[in-house]
Design a protein around this ligand. Structure first.
Ligand SMILES: [Fe+2]
Ligand SMILES: [Fe+2]
Length: 329
């Protein structure tokens, strides 16, 4: 790697670039941990993404969204593993401290048949999924960078705590309950990957070295590819009510018009930078100020860290604040 980037190796990373890469390393470890849990139960377990042995009933419910969901889950997981490993190796190659979250792998695994029984960083069993990304990307007049808060596509998911994986084999018995869990996963996939899409674009604006910019510009759009795929699949989640907890997945094509119509998966042009400009098709949000902390807050509000220690929150917050202090130049 030193040969591939002699200028950077000689000068080392700027403090800000290292801080941004460390925060992204942490984010990728978190992504890897949650995707691994999905893969163990509903993906393809193989040499590339080892661990788990699958839950046939859960995988079948997830496959209602698309027959290739197991492959996509596998490939998304493989991508996250590679993101985390690459950023870690890059930091190491430049003599920078890396990020190790292993001591926080303390949260319980699903007890469902197919999951490994190991400690986890993230909790997929009490999620509160913000589904405003759905309407945000369909609105031609709203943009979170202007302070807008587009409405939820699935208001119920944003208001309670729901499992996105079976907590145990008991969750497999009632078909509509199981499908609600699979639907929750389907919307959670989109939430996670649209967040990554924005995060890379936000942090790229504050890196200094062109090679670090190249890293962010090369990884970030893969998050957008994931987002786009999951965005399409989530629209296939069948409308239903979970009989165990009342969670409603509405018929998105029946209500709401263009703000919820499922096949509107291309980003609708919207306002950007200043209203004096014409609307434009963009990812959103991209404002860079405090972007890392915003990501931590979003993941925390998602319920991913329920059960984690105060020390975990402190470590993640410190990494985010250091990244948000980085300035271009
Ligand atoms: Fe990633
Ligand atoms: Fe991702």
């Amino acid at each position: 790697m030193a040969d591939a980037s002699p200028a950077l190796a000689a000068g080392g990373l700027s403090k800000g670039d290292a801080a941004i890469l460390r925060f992204l390393a942490a984010a990728e470890l978190i992504e890897t941990d949650l995707w691994q849990q999905y893969n163990e139960l509903a993906g393809i377990q193989d040499d590339e993404v080892p661990g788990g042995s699958g839950s046939a009933a859960y995988a079948e419910a997830v496959a209602v969204l698309d027959g290739d969901m197991d492959q996509y889950i596998h490939d998304n997981t493989d991508d996250e593993i590679s993101h985390a490993a690459f950023i870690d190796a890059y930091l190491k190659a430049h003599g920078e401290p890396t990020v190790n979250l292993d001591r926080f792998r303390t949260l319980p695994s699903s007890k469902a048949t197919g999951a490994q029984q190991i400690g986890r960083l993230t909790n997929l069993m009490q999620l509160t999924v913000d589904t405003s990304f759905w309407t945000r990307y369909r609105s031609d007049s709203q943009n979170p960078d202007f302070g807008d808060a587009p409405v939820q596509a699935v208001p119920g998911l944003a208001a309670g705590q729901f499992p996105a994986i079976p907590r145990s084999d008991d969750d497999l018995a009632q078909p509509d309950h199981l499908q609600a869990i699979a639907n929750t996963a389907g919307f959670h996939f989109v939430f996670i990957e649209q967040g990554g899409t924005s995060l890379y674009a936000q942090l790229a604006q504050r890196v200094t070295h062109p090679e670090v910019l190249r890293i962010l510009l090369s990884i970030g759009p893969t998050e957008a590819m994931h987002f786009q795929t999951w965005h399409d699949k989530a629209g296939n989640a069948p409308p239903l009510t979970d009989p165990t907890n009342g969670l409603v997945f509405p018929d998105l094509n029946a209500a709401g018009g263009e703000l919820t119509q499922t096949n509107l998966i291309m980003p609708e042009p919207t306002k950007f930078l200043n209203r004096k400009f014409p609307i434009v098709s963009i990812i959103r949000p991209t404002q860079t100020k405090d972007a890392a902390m915003a990501a931590v807050k979003a993941l925390t509000a998602d319920g991913l860290f329920i059960g984690q220690s105060q020390e975990f929150a402190t470590v993640i917050t410190q990494l985010a604040k250091a990244a948000d202090a980085a300035r271009h130049g």
